[in-house]
Design a protein around this ligand. Structure first.
Ligand code: DGL
Length: 296
């Protein structure tokens, strides 16, 4: 069960600070799992990881200084992901979760060729959405880069009969600012989703790890009960499988530690990471309390 994270569970570190104790004294299976994202979005994946694998240690790297990834060229994103992965490997991560759809689309294939450790990526949850009953379009909200790259094109070819790609520039910035609802967020969502709001929609795919934080604001624009599907649970199940296969699961019996790293010089970013994670803990409590939710 996901405990509400307590302050003692956290290490807050900037990119170049060495988290105390992380590089020494680990048995193999107690090395941390590394997660990376352009900023705060991957915290939604970390929240799910804590729910499914609470006893692992985690190092979360947010590349806030270089966000957003979704408006960069694939080459630029690849360079940034390489830097982040290098840092996570220095910190002895036993597996890496690319907790960002954009970074996954650009780098997962290459990283798997280059590295021996498990690399787990994200993909817009179009497959589970396409299997839902009902009529109407499936809106796939994601960054421009994610939607333009071959990985998504392949997904569209297989499961995209009713799907409409909806690029969402500007949306991750709302999350980075901590603006998760309110008139400005709603106005931007209306602008991005405009033509589809008056038509039958079967499901909305949250194809960027920032968007689960906007779940309430997005849901409010569609008829009640419209499923909003993210890929977080599926990716974390995949992480578990990969750790199990390679005998890398921690055998610790108590909650692990979480270390936050940021490429930003602004110390408040680390604090915000912690706040966002606490938000995930609260949300999954309310989901357990009976909220209907479809997840991949
Ligand atoms: N969180 C990232 C994703 O899942 C993207 C946000 C960005 O544009 O940096 O795609």
């Amino acid at each position: 069960r996901l405990e509400k994270p307590g302050a003692s569970r956290y290490n807050l570190q900037r990119m170049n600070g060495a988290p105390p104790g992380i590089s020494e004294g680990f048995t193999l299976d107690q090395r941390p799992v590394g997660l990376l994202d352009s900023g705060l979005g991957g915290i939604s994946v970390l929240g799910e990881a804590l729910r499914q694998l609470p006893n692992e240690d985690y190092v979360y790297y947010g590349d806030t200084a270089n966000a957003p990834y979704g408006d960069k060229t694939p080459e630029e994103v690849l360079g940034l992901v390489h830097q982040a992965v290098e840092r996570l490997i220095e910190l002895r991560c036993k597996a890496i979760v690319i907790a960002c759809n954009t970074a996954t689309s650009v780098s997962a294939g290459k990283l798997r060729q280059e590295l021996a450790l498990p690399i787990i990526g994200m993909e817009p949850a179009l497959k589970p959405a396409s299997l839902l009953p009902g009529e109407g379009k499936i809106l796939v909200m994601a960054t421009r880069v994610t939607l333009a790259l071959p990985k998504f094109q392949a997904l569209m070819a297989q499961y995209g009969r009713d799907a409409v790609p909806v690029p969402c520039p500007g949306l991750m910035e709302c999350v980075e600012r901590g603006e998760l609802e309110g008139p400005q967020v709603t106005a931007l969502l209306r602008q991005l989703l405009g033509p589809w709001l008056s038509q039958p929609v079967k499901a909305v795919v949250l194809g960027c790890t920032h968007y689960p934080f906007l779940r309430k604001a997005i849901a409010a624009l569609f008829p009640e009960g419209t499923p909003l599907i993210d890929g977080n649970a599926g990716s974390v199940r995949q992480l578990r499988r990969r750790l199990e296969e390679q005998d890398l699961l921690s055998d610790r019996q108590e909650p692990g530690r979480i270390t936050f790293l940021s490429s930003s010089e602004d110390p408040s970013v680390l604090q915000r990471m912690q706040t966002m994670l606490e938000l995930c803990a609260n949300e999954s409590e309310s989901a357990r309390a009976g909220e209907k939710e479809v997840r991949s």
